[in-house]
Design a protein. Structure first.
Length: 223
């Protein structure tokens, strides 16, 4: 077989291999990131930092060391979701999150309180729904960012805000349907979207920077 005939055939074969390889790689990455989101649901991180306790400047009380230490427990699912969006990009990241939600609503108890179609009646389901627009917004700003930390900051800020905003709105609607009182709604917002927003943003910003770093390798593999 002549070289003129052999070279075009080899090029066509190489293109076919790439077409097979890339979608398979993408599928594996989407699946792995979905499993990562699932795993993050059941991880609890205990954080501690120093604070000035109430009444510190009044001098009416003698404070111990424990009064200056504030403990906070956080589930890192929001940072992981934004990490996935920064690592996989808008389309693949959204697919990974959708796969997680579909799995939770159908067969697998991958949500914090289980799973199944009736989970839509849970107070916290709005936060899960917020993952989709948050990932899209974050990935969109990251695509524009190049080397701009301002775009990364805005992308993460919008992502975290959207998740908590939709979570609060959804929770309030479910609470009203179930005839829960205003004090319950305020308590829930304080517990789920109070100080947690700040922690979600700080941790998410770090996770997104890591995700962008790995995304550069992903683009190299797919080229």
């Amino acid at each position: 077989m002549s070289e003129e005939v052999l070279i075009p055939k080899m090029k066509r074969l190489d293109k076919r291999q790439k077409k097979i390889k890339i979608p398979l790689l993408n599928f594996v990455l989407i699946l792995v990131c979905t499993l990562l989101i699932m795993a993050s649901t059941f991880i609890n991180i205990d954080l501690k930092h120093y604070i000035l306790p109430n009444g510190f400047f009044s001098g009416e009380k003698v404070f111990t060391y424990e009064d200056f230490v504030y403990s906070f427990s956080i589930i890192p699912q929001v940072p992981v979701v934004l990490f996935v969006s920064s690592f996989l990009g808008k389309k693949m990241g959204t697919m990974s999150i959708l796969l997680y939600i579909i799995a939770g609503l159908t067969f697998f108890p991958v949500f914090a309180l289980g799973g199944g179609l009736l989970y839509v009646l849970q107070y916290s389901f709005g936060y899960i729904l917020g993952y989709i627009p948050a990932a899209i917004l974050c990935a969109t700003f990251l695509k524009k960012s190049k080397k701009s930390y301002l775009h990364i900051f805005i992308g993460v800020l919008l992502g975290v805000f959207v998740i908590h905003f939709l979570g609060i709105i959804y929770m309030s609607l479910v609470a009203l349907i179930k005839h829960d009182g205003l004090s319950f709604i305020k308590g829930w917002i304080g517990a789920q979207s109070g100080l947690k927003i700040l922690y979600d943003f700080v941790i998410s910003f770090v996770f997104v920077l890591i995700g962008r770093y790995f995304h550069s390798f992903l683009k190299y593999i797919q080229d």
